[in-house]
Design a protein around this ligand. Sequence first.
Ligand SMILES: *Cc1c(COP(=O)(O)O)cnc(C)c1O
Length: 365
Amino acid sequence: MLSRMNPNADHAATRVREASASGCQFASDNYAGICPEALHAMADANRGHVRSYGEDEWTRRACDMLRERFETDCEVFFVFNGTAANALAVATLCKPFHGVICHESAHLETDECGAPEFFSSGSKVLLARGDHGKVSLADVERLVRQRADIHYPKPHALSITQSTELGTVYSVEEIREVGLLAKALHLRLHMDGARLANAVATLNVPLKDITWKAGVDVVCLGGAKNGGALGEAVVFFDRHLAEEFDFRCKQAGQLASKMRFLSAQWLGLLENDVWLRNAQRANACARLLAEQLQTVPGLRILFPCQANAVFVDMPPALADALRRRGWHFYTFIGNAARFMCAWNTTEADIAALVADFHACASTHP
Ligand SMILES: *Cc1c(COP(=O)(O)O)cnc(C)c1O
C-alpha cells in the first residue's frame, strides 16, 4: 500500500513509525508520555508512608520551587487537570451573577463542558473576538461597557490563554496592555497557562514578566502537556484570593489524598529547568514543521507559529491520505488541521511527516 506512492519517503516514514517515541501522532501534546525527570521524581516520592492531602515534603518543596520560579510569594495548589484548575479559579474570581470574558476560541468556552459556569454557580462566560486567538482589547472593553444594568451579568474577570489555543503567544507588551485594561475596567485577570512553558520558551523572559508583574492575579499552570503525568498547578499571586481555595478544591473532588505524586512531578519538571527545555524542544519541532510545510504545494499555514502548534489549511483529500498513512491530528473548523508537537517530538518525526505530506500531495493535488 505505502510503497505505491513515494518509496523513499515511505521508507523514512516507516522507520520513524517503528522507532519513534511519538508513535507518529501530532494530535495533542497530551498524547505524549511522561518525561523521564517527572517519572523519576514520582518514583522518588514512592517510599514509605507519608502524610496525605498535601502535608508532605514533596508538596512543600514543589510549592517553594514554584515560588522561586515566579519570584514571588504566591499561593500554590495542585489539582488533577486543567479544566478543574480553570473552573475553580474562575469560581474564585467571580460571584454567580458575574461574567468572565475570554476569547471565543478559549478552552474555558470550547472544551470545559460548562465547568466554569458550573463551579461558579452561574457566572456567564462572555466571548471576546480577536485575531490569532488573542482577545482584542477593544472588544473586551465593548463587552464591559455595553451594559451596566442588572439584567446583564456584570463582567468581573478576564481570562487569557498563554500560549493561545491557536499556537500564538501574547508578547510581554501585549500582556501588559491586557493587564492595564483589566485594571482600568476592574476585572480580575486569569491566565490559562496550560502551555505557559511554551510561551516562556518563545519569549525568553522570566515568568514574572508575563504574569504577576503584568497584572495577572491567578495562573493555571500546565503540567500534563509539558511532560508530567497529570495535574496542573493553580498559582495565586494575590494571596487574599486563595483564602478557602482548599475547601473549594476538596468540594470539587480535586484534593488528591496521595498529593505527593502530583506535586513530585513538578520537582522533576522544575529542577534544572526541564520544563523549559521540554517546551523549547516542542516549539523547535513546530517551527521546523511550519518551515518545511511551506515547500508542500496546496497548503497554507494559518497562524504565526509561536509555540508548539502548527495549523494547516489543506484539502480534505490530503488530510484523509495522511490519516490513512497512520498520522493522527485534529481537524477543526473547515479544513484547518492542527499538528501539535510535544516534549518528545523529534526532528525525525517531523522529517517523516513532511515526507508523507509530499508523497500524499503528489497523489492528491
Ligand atoms: C489542555 C488544555 C487545558 C487543560 O485541559 P484538561 O484536559 O482539563 O487537563 C486547559 N487549557 C488549554 C488551553 C488546554 O489546551
